[in-house]
Every structure is written in C-alpha cells, then in structure tokens.
Design a protein around this ligand. Structure first.
Ligand code: APR
Length: 292
C-alpha cells in the first residue's frame, strides 16, 4: 500500500509543486487500484478455468538472483549472442571454450538460487489442481525446486542442470563437469568417445526438442487461460505459444516488467514484479477456493 504523501505543509509556498505531488499520488493510487482489480480478475479466472497454462521466461527468476537475457545488465548485455550460435560451438575449440566460459558464469547464480514468490505461487497452483502445465524457457530448474512435478513442467530450452555428449549422448552431472573446468579444462570432452560436451540447453540455431515442442503447442492450443510471466516474447518458436493459445480461445494474461510485442492482444497486462504480483494472485485464489 503506497501511503498517500501527507499534504506538504508548504502548500502556500510551492503551489505548483503541491498540486503535482497530489496528481502523482492520485495516479499511483489509481494504478494501485487498477492492479488490485487485475490481480483479483486473474485469481477469479484461475479458479474458474479448466486448463491453466503458465508460460515462464528468465524474468521469473531475476528475483532469485539470476540475471535475465535482454534487460540492462542481462546476459546479452555482457555477451554477444551471435558468438554462441550452435554452429559456432560445433565449428571450433575456441568457440567451445568461449561458450563454456559464459555458461560457467551463468551456472554459478543458478546453482545457488532458490525459488521466489512467483515460483512458489505456480507450485501452489499445481497443489490446488489449478495448473495444467508450465511451459518454461528457463534452464535453471527452479520450478522443480519450488515443488512442481516433472510431468507438469515442459522445458522448451532444455536444462543447465546436466551435460550431454553431442556425439554419443552420454550424460554427465553438471557439477562434475564444472569441477573439471575449475581444474583448468577449457572445453570438456566425453570420457567414452572424446566428443564435445555441452550443457543440455538449446542454443540459438540448435533444433528444438521435438517431444517438448509438440507438447507445448498442444497444451497451448487446449488451454483456456494462458499466463505469461517474465518473458520478452521475442524468441521463436517459444514466443508463438501465447498466440496459439489466444487463437484457440484462451484468455491471455501477461505479467512482465517491460512491454512485450503481444501486450495489445492480451486480456490483462501487468507491468510489474512477478513475485509480489503472483503472491497477491495466489492469496485471492486461496480465498476463492476457501483454502485460507
Ligand atoms: N518480474 C517480471 N518481469 C521481469 C522481472 C521480474 N522480476 N525481471 C525481468 N523481467 C522481464 C524483463 O522486463 C524482460 O522483458 O522479463 C523479461 C525477460 O526477457 P528475456 O531476458 O528476453 O528472457 P526470455 O524471454 O526468457 O528469453 C527467451 O532467449 O536468450 C534466449 O534461450 C534464452 O530462453 C531464453 C530466450
């Protein structure tokens, strides 16, 4: 609750200033009211919908200390994404070393991260039987740490939590490979076939995981409420899922700190922090379901 700013004692002095404060206070208060109404509406839709799909992006995990990609200070603010195309990784040892250096910097905060209020809210939706699935672009595994079950989370861009050999497919625990990097290995290779090892994530230019992508399209098309949380919605094919849902009759909600290209087609758009917003939504879902 934004406390109304007390009327400035110097009302007489700064006539203009005083009114400006008043206007700002009024605008903020009405924005606050508007958001409360939207949060109540989202909660009401969650309780009455049959197939609720949550679509998450890196913005969902920034409150857990993991930088996103396209915000100031994000991964692509510090690295040039073109250096990390899959074809580059395959092409040279130097590119693989560069990739592993970036991947190690990204992995450290992920390893330490804990789910935030938004992750916990989504896990609670599953416990209430109010979640069809989570379609996530995130590779940090925080939906599982929050309590969502394997069968309800579709990892469209793979996971950073293990490593695979690109030649024979052998799987390695991520920490085991990180230890090798700490001991000076620059681009780890497979113990079985000497093939290049790579985190089990999907890079630009790499083919999407077939089963997961098909499943995500299918669930999006069947959903009656599609909630986007923390994504700039600029990376395809993931970003077409909200479109598929909307075109098949779902209500579309977007919760994102910055505007997205799909805001104009959404039924509700809230530009704000995912954690407190989703905590507010779940509080009202509990009330609606009498779970308080
Ligand atoms: N609450 C709500 N929104 C947030 C928050 C927050 N706490 N923090 C950041 N955001 C928003 C930002 O405003 C931004 O629009 O989340 C969005 C994150 O967008 P991106 O960084 O582009 O992340 P994402 O959409 O997941 O990227 C898609 O691109 O680089 C590839 O493979 C990578 O999966 C990733 C894909």
């Amino acid at each position: 609750m934004i406390p109304p700013s007390p009327p400035s004692p110097s009302r007489g002095e700064g006539e203009g200033g005083g009114d400006a404060n008043l206007v700002i206070t009024f605008v903020l208060a009405s924005k606050e009211d508007e958001m409360t109404k939207e949060i109540e509406q989202i909660a009401q839709w969650i309780t009455t919908s049959k197939k609720v799909v949550v679509f998450s992006g890196a913005g969902l995990s920034t409150e857990s200390g993991i930088p996103d990609f396209r915000s100031p200070g994000g991964v692509w603010d510090r690295y040039n994404p073109e250096d990390f195309y899959f074809q580059n990784f395959l092409a040279s040892e130097a590119s693989r070393e560069k990739y592993w250096q970036m991947a190690t910097e990204m992995y450290e905060p992920m390893k330490r991260a804990q789910p935030n209020l938004a992750h916990l809210a989504i896990a609670e939706m599953e416990r209430f039987g109010k979640l069809d699935c989570v379609i996530t672009q995130n590779i940090d595994g925080l939906h599982f740490k929050a309590g969502n079950s394997e069968e309800r989370v579709i990892q469209l861009h793979g996971t950073a939590m293990y490593v695979s050999c690109l030649s024979c497919g052998k799987r390695y625990d991520r920490d085991e490979i990180q230890e090798r990097l700490q001991k000076g290995v620059k681009a780890p290779c497979c113990d079985e076939c000497s093939g290049p090892l790579k985190p089990a994530t999907i890079s630009f230019g790499q083919s999407m995981p077939e089963r997961e992508t098909e499943e995500a399209y299918h669930r999006s098309s069947l959903s009656d409420l599609f909630i986007v949380i923390g994504s700039s919605l600029v990376v395809q094919p993931a970003a077409s899922m909200p479109l598929v849902a909307k075109r098949n009759g779902a209500k579309l909600v977007i919760i994102n700190r910055d505007p997205t290209p799909y805001d104009n087609m959404a039924d509700i758009v809230i530009h704000g922090q995912a954690g407190p917003i989703m905590a507010g939504v779940l509080e009202r879902v509990r009330e609606e379901l009498g779970m308080k």
